[in-house]
Design a protein around this ligand. Structure first.
Ligand code: URA
Length: 234
């Protein structure tokens, strides 16, 4: 999961707007940085975005909280950094804050992706117990029969475990079907696996809402701040 990805401390400090990477290295070497209460002076040291990091005793979590909606394009990784240099969602958002993605969309999925520097808020949106509703528009191969749609709604076994009840509404097109799918779980490649399981693979997939937060007319590759109301309702 991206928030648990290990990142060099100087990069975290730079992204938090504390100093440039070069200056952040000097701050680390001077013994001014602590990770989970322990002073770290090695430049190779790494931390995750959930570690408690402080500079001169002041916690980075005191930084201004940011809540962002991105219209993720297809062909982009949902991760903070990629060792192979592929495009990531971080290429599309402001880089002066310790933002990280809330949950993930597949490389080939487009649509609404939330990013924040608020770990508690991210947990609330992704924890299975809150069953946050996510809505997708999928283009499916062929046309699912009413029976198949019923199994889709009541639960399908994927990866050895039944899916929770969900909603699907279909509109027939010439050779394909446009499906509006609402799920309350966040299992890996869940929509694609569910559609494969009923024999109607996904041709394209776009997320249009997470909870009460909607993609709306946000252009592909663009981001916006959430309104206070959206961030509060999460
Ligand atoms: N389900 C998928 O299959 N892919 C996504 O990106 C999101 C949900």
């Amino acid at each position: 999961m991206s928030t648990l990805e290990e990142i060099r401390l100087q990069k975290i400090l730079a992204q938090a707007g504390i100093a440039s990477r070069r200056k952040a290295e000097k701050i680390i070497l001077a013994g001014r940085v602590a990770v989970n209460g322990i002073i770290v002076t090695e430049l190779g040291a790494k931390a995750t975005l959930r570690d408690k990091i402080s500079v001169d005793g002041v916690s980075l979590s005191a930084e201004k909280k940011l809540y962002i909606a991105l219209h993720k394009p297809e062909g982009v990784l949902t991760t903070v950094s990629d060792p192979h240099g592929r495009p990531t969602v971080m290429d599309f958002v402001p880089d002066n804050a310790r933002l990280f993605p809330v949950g993930r969309l597949d490389f080939d999925t487009s649509g609404l992706l939330l990013l924040t520097n608020d770990g508690d808020w991210a947990n609330n949106l992704t924890h299975p117990k809150f069953e946050i509703e996510k809505t997708y528009i999928a283009q499916l191969r062929g046309e699912p029969s009413p029976d198949k749609l019923e199994t889709f709604r009541t639960g399908i076994k994927i990866d050895g475990k039944l899916t929770a009840p969900c909603e699907i509404i279909c509109k027939r097109e010439k050779y394909t079907t446009e499906a509006c799918i609402v799920i309350h779980e966040g299992r890996n490649r869940q929509v694609r696996k569910m559609c494969d399981a009923i024999g109607h693979p996904v041709i394209s997939l776009k997320r249009v809402s997470v909870g009460k937060i909607k993609l709306g007319d946000l252009q592909i590759g663009k981001w916006r701040h959430l309104t206070e109301d959206e961030a509060n309702r999460g």
